[in-house]
Design a protein around this ligand. Structure first.
Ligand code: ATP
Ligand code: MG
Length: 218
């Protein structure tokens, strides 16, 4: 079903620019939404696909809401934006979730008909570039790295130069994107819920209602 929806996107245009917003979304908040919207507009993307992770390889499961809850909160948060979609690919995949598998899956659907832009915050891009085969990943997609309060983007410039020093299109793999600074994180939201501090205005009200109703992160 999802595959069909993705294939349908290609009926409208010869070549698509697709943004991929991966995350735990535990829970999704305005930092994620602003980042996706800015990437959509600044890079003239046709769609942004939010991809909630299954079992994240790097995260401890301590206060991790179920995959279904994280998926539903992502759907609720993005429902009103016609350019946002949510994919179940990582949620439905058995075993651990790796971005590289997701990129291969999407590449197989879109083939050469789309350019994939993996959208991340400054913290996540630094992690990705230290993976074991960052070059294979950069063959499958380009990166849009958004500024995020508390993370130094000068390291990105350094890693970019180091990784792509031999490529003549050095500058075409990783794009830095300035966004309005939002010092919001899911970790902080979870800790606020635990300690009874307010979370209003950090995330969409509908998501806030969902997590209160289901007593998540208590
Ligand atoms: P946690 O605190 O649980 O790690 P998080 O707020 O970092 O959650 P993730 O789901 O880990 O959210 O992040 C998904 C993606 O969104 C990552 O690429 C991350 O860098 C980016 N991101 C999250 N919050 C922001 C923000 N406030 N500004 C810019 N990018 C962000
Ligand atoms: Mg994070």
């Amino acid at each position: 079903m999802e595959r069909d929806n993705l294939l349908k996107l290609m009926h409208r245009k010869r070549h698509l620019k697709i943004g991929l917003m991966g995350g735990t979304f535990n829970p999704i908040h305005y930092g994620h939404l602003v980042t996706a919207e800015e990437a959509l507009k600044q890079f003239m993307l046709d769609k942004v696909i939010f991809i909630p992770s299954g079992k994240p390889p790097h995260k401890t499961t301590g206060s991790l809401a179920s995959t279904e809850d994280r998926y539903l909160m992502t759907v609720i948060a993005t429902a009103s934006n016609r350019d946002f979609m949510v994919s179940r690919v990582e949620i439905d995949r058995k075993g651990r979730s790796y971005t590289i598998d997701t990129l291969r899956y999407l590449k197989d659907i879109f083939k050469e008909r789309a350019t994939l832009y993996f959208i991340t915050g400054a913290d996540a891009i630094l992690e990705i570039l230290t993976w074991k085969d960052p070059k294979e990943i950069t063959n499958l997609c380009k990166f849009i790295a958004a500024t995020r309060p508390g993370y130094d983007i000068s390291r990105i410039e350094y890693l970019k130069k180091k990784l792509f020093k031999d490529a003549d299109d050095n500058d075409q793999h990783i794009f830095l994107m300035e966004i309005p600074a939002l010092a919001i994180s899911s970790t902080d939201i979870r800790s606020r819920i635990k300690t009874g501090r307010p979370i209003n205005y950090l995330l969409p009200e509908s998501v806030c209602n969902y997590l209160l109703k289901h007593e998540l992160y208590k």
